[in-house]
Design a binder for this molecule. Structure first.
Ligand SMILES: NC(=O)c1ccc[n+]([C@@H]2O[C@H](COP(=O)([O-])OP(=O)(O)OC[C@H]3O[C@@H](n4cnc5c(N)ncnc54)[C@H](O)[C@@H]3O)[C@@H](O)[C@H]2O)c1
Length: 333
């Protein structure tokens, strides 16, 4: 039986915990400074601790894998500790708050022969999988343009949370959730370079951007990524336009709405109509599929072309850093 440990039992850590439990993993330990987080996650044989230091005082057997889901500024040291314990690691994106941090743990994992996966679960969304298939089938022809939009409206009091503090999160909308979209661009379309980036703080009284418009280029194709934390409805869409057709992905399940993927071929009305429309409803299985793919890889080395690597985690951060360096930052408007 595969054995796992958890660092961070917040929104995402708890979600992965439930999945591991459902999969029948042995959960050896779970660390979170807030004991209230443990309350609904009581599992026999699991050692609960409020910090890594506290866990270290108790003799622990080896674990196969450790899941890390904590504020971004703590990710680097937690990954280092987990890799020193000879565990494979799935750390939620980003792999630290700088490329230097991510690069250091990538090197450590390589030297130790351990998997280090960045949690890029959007790759496992049903809509993204369908888009990936359509792209593989070549229905777009030469890529002209990609437009990605992600938005939500946060919640009252969000300005006090770590997610909107530069020191803790590493930035605002661009690094989170923007890094997911940067990763999807690389995953679906290829390696982009940064053209320009516009950052704004429109609503939240914080020291990071709550809106970001990023322009990238892949060869001659233009890619735009718009992220907003001040749209009062959750939105997620990817539109890809090519010489021979277009693909429109909408929604990502849950409160981002039904996932649909539509393909339209050029001048369908004037020849062979190859249009399609797929509807995946509201379930979001991405965390479950990613967790399973990661644990399969840990268990028997089963490769998975969708699962991200430490390299992917680093490349996404490299682009985010380049975008911050290129950014025009504007005050609240
Ligand atoms: N893929 C996605 O869709 C998605 C969505 C949200 C968050 N995330 C990522 O997941 C990670 C965690 O985000 P979250 O939403 O779960 O945050 P959260 O604030 O809900 O949870 C963070 C948890 O970490 C705990 N913590 C703080 N310091 C700790 C330490 N030293 N050791 C152990 N635990 C500690 C906190 O008590 C809290 O329970 C981040 O990397 C974030 O970017 C991913």
């Amino acid at each position: 039986m595969i054995s796992v440990g958890f660092v961070g039992l917040g929104l995402i850590g708890a979600r992965r915990f439930h999945i591991a439990q459902k999969m029948g993993c042995r959960i050896a330990f779970a660390i979170d400074p807030d004991p209230a987080r443990w309350a609904s996650l009581q599992v026999e044989g699991c050692h609960y601790a409020s910090s890594i230091a506290e866990l270290n005082t108790v003799e622990q057997g080896p674990v196969d894998a450790i899941f890390i889901a904590i504020p971004h500024d703590l990710a680097h040291s937690a990954c280092r500790w987990a890799l020193e314990r000879k565990a494979h690691v799935l750390c939620e994106k980003p792999l630290g708050i700088t490329l230097a941090e991510a690069g250091a743990i990538r090197s450590q994992s390589k030297a130790a022969g351990l998997h280090l996966c960045a949690g890029f679960n959007y790759r496992f969304l049903s809509g993204v999988a369908a888009m990936r298939d359509l792209l593989r089938e070549g229905g777009l022809g030469d890529l002209h343009r990609v437009r990605i939009c992600m938005a939500h409206g946060g919640r009252p009091g969000m300005e006090a949370e770590w997610k909107l503090q530069r020191k803790r999160a590493g930035g605002g909308a661009l690094i989170d959730p923007g890094i997911h979209l940067v990763d999807l661009v690389r995953h679906l379309f290829g390696e982009p370079e940064v053209v320009d980036c516009d950052l704004r703080r429109r609503f939240w009284n914080v020291d990071v951007e709550d809106n970001c418009s990023l322009r990238l280029r892949i060869g001659s194709a233009e890619v735009t990524i718009d992220v907003s934390l001040t749209s009062w409805k959750n939105l997620f869409s990817i539109e890809a336009f090519g010489r021979d057709g277009l693909i429109l992905l909408n929604g990502r399940g849950g409160n981002y709405g039904v996932q649909t993927v539509e393909y339209v071929n050029r001048w369908f009305w004037n020849g062979k109509d190859r249009r399609s429309l797929q509807d995946f409803g509201t379930p979001d299985m991405s965390f479950e599929l990613e967790t399973r793919a990661f644990l399969r890889k840990v268990l028997d080395g089963t490769p998975d072309s969708v699962l991200s690597t430490a390299e992917d985690g680093c490349e996404a951060l490299r682009i985010v850093e380049a975008a911050y360096a290129a950014a025009v930052t504007r005050p609240a408007s």
